[in-house]
Design a protein around this ligand. Structure first.
Ligand code: SF4
Ligand code: SF4
Length: 417
């Protein structure tokens, strides 16, 4: 069961928003605020399991283990620079202008100040709005899954247990609902007169995609792996998570016992336009997203790059060698039943095999695609028969058994830049 969560964040404590008082976007405060929102949502009856099931990771005192990352940039920055390819985030990912368009469409003032109708009112164009708004802040929040759920599933995988991973499905669905609702509430609490706050929860991101993408720029015309608003890549962009060779993002950090713990979970985001200048890292944990930083992130998340300094910045230990000279981990690859991960990963030194290199159709801009065909085919077929079927063996084994770096190495990776 879940430990009792501390109370707080009740309705009555919500602050009034005035011109002079707005909630700071410093990461520590956002994390506390999001924790309050998650606790608030989790207290609702639909999230209280009669059997005491606990979907999320909790600290010994009952606090939810959740993390927030935030980054800021000028609103006209191309946040997907170098990643638009079917082998990466897809061809038409949602950018800041698309997010603005959704916000503006939901903020058409069709009544004039004197109360008369204004039938020609239109959404405010991006270019006009950006004369007021000097920066975009991208905030990503992740709620970590209960490690016991992963542990149980990993045990089943190792034993060859044919029982479906029911607890995993239940936990993932529950954690996803909690973080999406809580991030929606977080966004609401950040509203202020000189901010445009757009909650990019799963539902809202879907609305942005529907509103801004034609049939020929989404779905299979966008790319095989991601929808047009990849929350995982957004979470990585904020510095919150890093991709493993499995192409799943996670965060390693030091737990209360000083040991490394792995946080894998579900995430949602908020995009805020405001009139501050994205001048640099302001000491509030909001990092500056600029082309060099994006370029570095691309390298850290590209396992074909095995330069020593790049490998040192990864949580995933795929590129390291064990005492026997073999790859130190590779656990996700070994348990992948469809072979998708083996087909999609370079060797521990970052080199693609001759077989992979001969599959020229799978490369785009020098990047090998993820074998979504095999991974999806297997899962899709079973889901036709069994509504709750998921595979996620790569995720469970990485969370429960993946080899971690030392506490010192993780502390160095997580130290503020
Ligand atoms: S979900 Fe299953 S089939 Fe797909 S990559 Fe992970 S382990 Fe392989
Ligand atoms: S299981 Fe190991 S090799 Fe696979 S992503 Fe996790 S840490 Fe990396």
């Amino acid at each position: 069961g879940c430990p009792a969560a501390p109370s707080g964040g009740t309705f009555g404590e919500r602050e009034m928003i005035t011109e002079s008082k707005q909630v700071s976007l410093a990461v520590d405060g956002l994390q506390q605020r999001l924790a309050d929102k998650v606790a608030e949502v989790a207290r609702q009856p639909e999230h209280s399991w009669a059997d005491g099931f606990c979907s999320f990771m909790a600290e010994p005192d009952g606090r939810h283990v959740l993390r927030v990352g935030a980054t800021h940039c000028p609103p006209d920055m191309d946040i997907w620079q170098g990643l638009r390819s079917p082998a990466q985030v897809g061809m038409y990912p949602i950018g800041l202008e698309d997010i603005w368009m959704h916000y503006a469409a939901a903020n058409v003032r069709s009544t004039r100040a004197d109360g008369s109708p204004n039938p020609l009112a239109m959404p405010e164009p991006f270019a006009d709005a950006m004369e007021r708004f000097k920066r975009a802040v991208i905030i990503s929040g992740m709620l970590a899954m209960n490690p016991t759920v992963y542990e149980t599933y990993a045990g089943k995988i190792e034993r060859g247990d044919a029982d479906p991973p029911d607890d995993y499905c239940r936990a993932r669905g529950e954690v996803s609902k909690l973080i999406n609702k809580a991030v929606g509430r977080l966004a609401l609490s950040l509203m202020a007169p000189n901010r445009a706050v757009v909650p990019m929860t799963g539902d809202n991101a879907g609305k942005v995609i529907d509103g801004t993408r034609s049939a020929y720029t989404k779905g299979k015309y966008h790319g095989p792996c991601n929808n047009a608003y990849p929350q995982n890549s957004i979470a990585v962009m904020t510095g919150l998570l890093r991709f493993g060779v499995s192409r799943l993002p996670f965060r390693d950090e030091l737990g209360p016992d000083g040991q490394v713990r792995r946080l894998m979970g579900q995430y949602a985001s908020v995009v805020i336009f405001d009139d501050h200048s994205p001048a640099g890292d302001n000491g509030d944990g909001v990092t500056l997203l600029e082309p060099d930083r994006l370029g570095r992130m691309r390298r850290v998340n590209d396992y074909a790059d095995a330069a020593e300094d790049v490998v040192a910045d990864r949580y995933c230990t795929y590129n390291l060698r064990g005492a026997d000279g073999d790859g130190a981990c590779r656990k996700c690859i070994k348990v992948c039943p469809s072979g998708a991960l083996a087909h999609s990963s370079p060797d521990v030194d970052g080199a693609y095999s001759q077989k992979q290199l001969s599959q020229k159709h799978r490369f785009s801009g020098g990047t090998l695609d993820f074998d979504a065909g095999n991974c999806g085919r297997e899962r899709g077929q079973k889901a036709q028969l069994y509504a709750e079927y998921v595979c996620a063996r790569c995720e469970a084994i990485c969370a429960a058994r993946g080899i971690r770096k030392s506490p010192e190495e993780i502390a160095r990776i997580n130290a503020p830049a």
